[in-house]
Design a binder for this molecule. Sequence first.
Ligand code: CP
Ligand code: NVA
Length: 309
Amino acid sequence: QAKTGLKDFLHISDFDKPTIMGILGRALEVKALLKSGNRDFQPFKGKSMAMIFAKPSMRTRVSFETGFFLLGGHAIYLGPDDIQMGKREETRDVARVLSGYNDIIMARVFAHQDILDLARHASVPVVNGLTDYNHPCQIMADALTIIEHIGQLEGAKVVYVGDGNNIVHSWLLLAAVVPLHFVCACPKGFEPDKKTVEQARRAGISKIEITNDPREAVRGANVVYSDVWASMGQKEEAAYRKQKFQGFQIDEALMELAGPKSYFMHCLPAERGIEVTDGVIEAPNSIVFPQAENRMHAQNAIMLHLFGL
Ligand code: CP
Ligand code: NVA
């Protein structure tokens, strides 16, 4: 069923394909406008956004804040020590108080339930800026980057190598909406959430593979994708994970297997020499910086959609 007209942006799969493709198309338009130097488009004029961060961030913070400002609005950064949502104050109270001052709330949290609770109790739109479960704004920016570099998103073969984490869940949820060939190559025991894999498979439009063999997985990939092996909140497991993930580093040899038409992507921050070599991230087919830049354009379009602008 069409799932348009939702108040919040929490999971890509909450929306139908025309809506997602429409947001990506709008992102390209507004990006071109901003790139041309035009600053007359001010749809967020008089609007205010609260940004809650329970975890660190560079891209999410700066791309939301700058994007909202460039389109005429004002954004407020609330760091881990400011609100302490769920500790200093209950999430449902935070939701209602911030809704009284702001037109939209963006939040980066640990437990996925926190963003669900926030959205449920807020009267304004809530945008998911990463949870332990997913990272939809990142994968919208990635989709935009793929459209720009490959020409189309539909049918792209995206091979993710590493931990079956929040990034993978958002790829799977995109694959439930847009036809893709998505492969996750991860060590045994680090597979993505089974229910989410099922959800992507049940949608019946994408080819979804979960494998423990990165070398076989990458063949013919349009994109080879990497993320850190220890996500925020797991940093004390870093040494243990580094051991478990031996053989899953994206290096020049693996990119060679992928073939000459493959791009390298990474949501960043990257740990060079751990999940990816310096050579791969600096190679001409690495598009990690255009990918990072597209966070802003994807998010601007997401917010325009939520405001009905
Ligand atoms: N990719 C991403 O979300 O980066 P930050 O953690 O710096 O926001
Ligand atoms: N999986 C990473 C993504 C960072 C953007 C994390 O959650 O830390």
